[in-house]
Design a protein around this ligand. Structure first.
Ligand code: SF4
Ligand code: SF4
Length: 121
C-alpha cells in the first residue's frame, strides 16, 4: 500500500506541503485592508489590486501572486509571509476553514508544480 502524501493527510504537518488556501478561482479570495497595506512594504503592496472600492491580493493562474514554490523540493511558501494580510493570518492550520480549503482545492498545487517543472498540467 502506498503511503499517503504529506499534503493529503489532514491537517498536513507543514503548510509548505499544502498551500491549498493560496489557490482560488475568484480574484476576491483575499481581501486586503488598510492595516494590511500599512504593514506591507513597497514590493508587497505591488501584489494588491486596489482598482475597485476594496483591495484584494492579485491572483494569476489560479493562485495568489505572492505564492512561491520550490519546484525541485515540491514545497510552497508565502513570499510576503511577515507582511501577509490579516485574512491569511487568521486561517490556522487544522481549523474548519483550513479543512474546507484542504478538501476543496486538492490537486491545485500539483497543477502549479507541473507547470513549473515543464510537464503537463
Ligand atoms: S492553512 Fe490549511 S489549507 Fe492552508 S496551507 Fe495550511 S494546511 Fe493547507
Ligand atoms: S498573501 Fe501569502 S498566505 Fe496569503 S494567499 Fe497570498 S501567498 Fe497565501
Amino acid at each position: 500500500m502506498t503511503a499517503p502524501r504529506p499534503a493529503d493527510v489532514f491537517p498536513p504537518a507543514d503548510c509548505r506541503d499544502c498551500a491549498r488556501c493560496c489557490f482560488a478561482d475568484s480574484a476576491l479570495h483575499v481581501q486586503v485592508f488598510e492595516v494590511d497595506i500599512d504593514r506591507m512594504g513597497p514590493r508587497a503592496r505591488s501584489f494588491v489590486d486596489k482598482s475597485g472600492a476594496y483591495g484584494f491580493m492579485r491572483f494569476e493562474e489560479g493562485h495568489c501572486v505572492a505564492l512561491g514554490c520550490d519546484a525541485e523540493m515540491g514545497l510552497f511558501g508565502c513570499t510576503i509571509y511577515e507582511e501577509r494580510p490579516d485574512v491569511c493570518r487568521s486561517l490556522e492550520r487544522g481549523t474548519s476553514g483550513c479543512r474546507y480549503e484542504h478538501g476543496a482545492k486538492a490537486g491545485r498545487p500539483d497543477v502549479m508544480l507541473a507547470r513549473l517543472r515543464g510537464g503537463a498540467s
